[in-house]
Structures are given as structure tokens and as C-alpha cells.
Ligand binder design. Structure first.
Ligand SMILES: Nc1nc2c(c(=O)[nH]1)N[C@H]1C(S)=C(S)[C@@H](COP(=O)(O)O)O[C@H]1N2
Ligand SMILES: [Mo]
Length: 400
């Protein structure tokens, strides 16, 4: 490497701000929304978070499971969960640019404006984004285990229609070489400081094979420009992989000719604990299999009334092909009716008729099987950061 190139790399590594757009603190709420419920000023999230739709968890907002009930296949943007390490940055799209650089390119850095991205062939895809820690609280409530991280129930997922350029097209335009190994997208949100240590901007490597496969540089969500909380003006959408891969507020992408590392593929997003090596498992990639009723825990049902239980199931490995439901705590199971074609990378909605008994309480369970033959187990092996919970969740409900 030439000294000039080396110092350029240093510069880019240390100060991506050189190409960064204006990032100002999040606004409280849009004018239209402020008439209703203002955004929570402590959350750093821009959109309103009405309590009937969201549970606020620090800088994150979880969609309430009951809020999925009257939605269709796509999760409306105003109820899509938000996972922010810091807070939503406000970015000026006119000065914004995405810089692609690094030793895995044949030439120097290439900068893309929003107009450049829009000029590339556009693709649209229905893709779930789901946090690797979705379901984490059940390690504790169902398995009695201690885990670190946000105590999500099952609402850290949403499915949206994403539209944007193929990352493959962006990388090819930037001159990716056949010697490239990893790409490292980085967000323009603030540096993440935890336990007194500054880990820098949120960034996580992606192997070139995945980057060139089905990843989208999205600028639209559900038919409208990305809203601030979901990555405006552009984010990655990495189908079937854990949510952290889908970097929001993209600012730059390093293309490396050797494996790249960040705390998000070394200290986090690996499995640590019993049965794992000291450095943890290999970095997590695909999401696991889960099911959720469109119900908040403790929901109440009228006795003896015919009704339909609804919910959804998904798997990062293969399409969900079967869902079974138990309304008696797991003693008996019956098949649910699947309402969507089985597709990888998103979910299937399902329903099952139910006439509750006289009164009292019971537990509802849903168990999915995917086309790879994986069925949700009764228990998930423990890992200290509570990732990839896949066990059947027991939902306590009251009849009366
Ligand atoms: N720049 C940036 N990208 C990010 C994050 C972040 O904090 N900063 N959070 C990640 C995580 S952990 C998840 S689960 C998803 C959540 O996407 P959403 O907030 O649009 O639902 O974004 C990912 N991309
Ligand atoms: Mo996440």
C-alpha cells in the first residue's frame, strides 16, 4: 500500500465525518404527530410512541404484540419497533453521501449521493427485520436464567416492503475486487459508549458472499421514504439475518481484502456461555425460528365465545410450513390455518378457531416448523447475552 493510500485509509477510519452529513439531535415530534402523543424526549426516538402500540425500553421501542392484530402482512411504519444504540440522527439528504472505500476496491473511494442510488436499478422486497435479542426476556421468565441486554418479549420484529438499490450494484459500481473478503457498513448515529468504553459508531462486517447476494441499500419503507428512526436517508436490509446486520443511516462502507472486525462481531452477536469457546461462537448470521400470538400476556377472553386466535411465525433458515397451537398449556395441539404463502425472510400469519371454556386461566402456545425441518423446541440453550431465543413461548391468559 502506498503511504498516500495508507494515510487516506487512516483518515477515513478516524474521521468519516469528512464525508458525513449534518447530524443534529432528534426533533421531538413532527408537527402532525405532536397534536397526538409527543415522542418520548428521553428515548431519542423521533416518532410518537403511544403506549397502546409500544413498550419503551430505554433507547428502544418494542411493538406491543396486540398492536399486530389489526395489521396486514406489512407492519405499518408507525408501529414498527425501533432499536437504537444511541438516538435517531437527523440527516440532511442534500448533503448526505455514502462513501465506499478500502483495500478490497480496485481504486479509490467512491461517493454515492441519494440521486446516484436512485439511478441504480431499484428492487422491492418484503423482508423482516428482527433483533437478535427478540424474545430475550423468556430466558428469564420461562427458563429462570440471567441474560444481559434489552428485555424484549416478541415485538422486536416487523416486516416491511423495502425498496432500494442492490448492495451488489453499489459495490460493483465502486469497483469491488475479486480479492475483497468482508464489507463493513457504518452508521452516522453517535458513537456508542457502554460501561465507560467508547466503541465508536455502530458497524458490523458482512462477508462479501452475503453482501453480493440479496442485500438492499434501502431508501424506501412501505412505499414512502425511510423515516428518521428507520435509517433515513438509506439503510441496509439484510434478509434473514439478525437485525444488527441491517445498518441504519449508512455513512460509509469499508471493503476489506481481509476479515474485518468490530465489537459487533467480536464482543456482541456471538453466543457466549456453556458449550461455547471462550471467544464465543462464530459471529451470528441467520435469525432463528419463532412464533407469536397477536396478544399481550394476561389477555382476557369471554367464556364460551367462538373466536379466532391469530399470530405469526417466522424463521431465518427456511420458510415456515407448519404451525401448531395449544390452548391447554401444551397438552393438546392442532394445526393453525396459514394465511400467507411460506417465504423465507418474512413471516406467515395464521389463525385458529377457539372457544374458551367456562372460566379460569390457561396458557396458549404456538409452535412452528420450517421447510428445513426445524421445529421450535421447549427450551433454548442458555447464552449469556440472550440471543436467538427459539423456544415455544407460553402465553398466560384469563377466561372470564
Ligand atoms: N446505525 C445503526 N444501525 C442499526 C442500529 C443502530 O443502533 N445504529 N441498530 C441495529 C439493530 S441492533 C437492529 S435490531 C436494527 C433495528 O432496526 P429498526 O430500528 O429499523 O427496527 O437496526 C440495526 N441497525
Ligand atoms: Mo438488534
Amino acid at each position: 500500500m502506498t503511504p498516500a493510500r495508507r494515510s487516506l485509509l487512516k483518515l477515513l477510519a478516524a474521521a468519516p465525518v469528512a464525508t458525513a452529513p449534518l447530524a443534529v439531535p432528534p426533533a421531538r415530534a413532527s408537527a402532525a404527530a405532536s397534536a397526538e402523543i409527543p415522542a418520548d424526549p428521553t428515548s431519542g426516538i423521533v416518532k410518537p410512541l403511544p403506549p397502546e402500540l409500544f413498550t419503551l425500553r430505554g433507547t428502544n421501542a418494542e411493538t406491543r404484540l396486540s398492536a399486530f392484530r389489526d395489521t396486514g402482512f406489512h407492519t405499518p411504519t408507525d408501529r414498527f419497533f425501533v432499536r437504537n444504540h444511541t438516538s435517531t440522527p437527523r440527516i440532511d439528504p442534500d448533503t448526505w453521501g455514502l462513501t465506499v472505500w478500502g483495500s478490497g476496491l480496485r481504486g479509490g473511494p467512491v461517493r454515492f449521493t441519494l440521486a446516484d442510488l436512485r439511478a441504480l436499478p431499484a428492487v422491492s422486497r418484503d423482508v423482516a427485520i428482527e433483533c437478535a435479542g427478540n424474545g430475550r426476556s423468556y430466558f428469564t421468565s420461562q427458563q429462570g436464567e440471567t441474560v444481559a441486554g434489552t428485555a424484549w418479549t416478541l415485538g422486536a420484529i416487523g416486516v416491511a416492503r423495502w425498496r432500494g438499490a442492490r448492495l451488489a450494484d453499489v459495490l460493483r459500481r465502486a469497483g469491488i475486487g475479486s480479492h475483497a473478503v468482508d464489507v463493513l457498513p457504518r452508521g452516522l448515529d453517535g458513537e456508542y459508549v457502554t460501561a465507560g468504553v467508547n466503541l465508536g459508531r455502530v458497524r458490523r462486517p458482512l462477508p462479501v458472499a452475503k453482501a453480493l447476494d440479496d442485500v438492499i441499500v434501502a431508501y424506501e419503507m412501505n412505499g414512502a421514504p425511510l423515516p428518521p428512526d428507520h435509517g433515513f436517508p438509506a439503510r441496509l436490509v439484510v434478509p434473514s439475518w439478525i437485525g444488527i446486520a441491517s445498518i441504519k443511516w449508512l455513512g460509509d462502507i469499508e471493503v476489506g481484502d481481509r476479515p474485518l472486525h468490530s465489537p459487533w462481531n467480536t464482543d456482541y452477536y456471538r453466543l457466549f456461555g456453556p458449550g461455547q469457546p471462550p471467544e464465543g461462537s462464530a459471529p451470528l448470521t441467520r435469525q432463528t425460528i419463532k412464533s407469536a400470538f397477536d396478544l399481550d400476556p394476561g389477555a382476557t377472553f369471554a367464556p364460551r365465545r367462538h373466536q379466532h386466535l391469530t399470530g405469526r411465525s417466522w424463521s431465518g433458515r427456511a420458510p415456515v410450513v407448519r404451525v401448531e397451537v395449544s390452548t391447554d398449556g401444551g397438552a393438546h395441539w392442532r394445526p393453525a390455518h396459514l394465511k400467507d404463502p411460506a417465504r423465507r425472510g418474512s413471516w406467515v400469519r395464521w389463525s385458529v378457531p377457539w372457544q374458551p371454556g367456562r372460566g379460569g386461566s390457561t396458557e396458549l402456545l404456538a409452535r412452528a416448523t420450517d421447510a428445513a425441518g426445524t421445529t421450535q423446541p421447549a427450551r433454548t440453550p442458555h447464552n449469556t447475552q440472550g440471543y436467538l431465543f427459539d423456544a415455544v413461548v407460553r402465553v398466560p391468559v384469563t377466561i372470564g
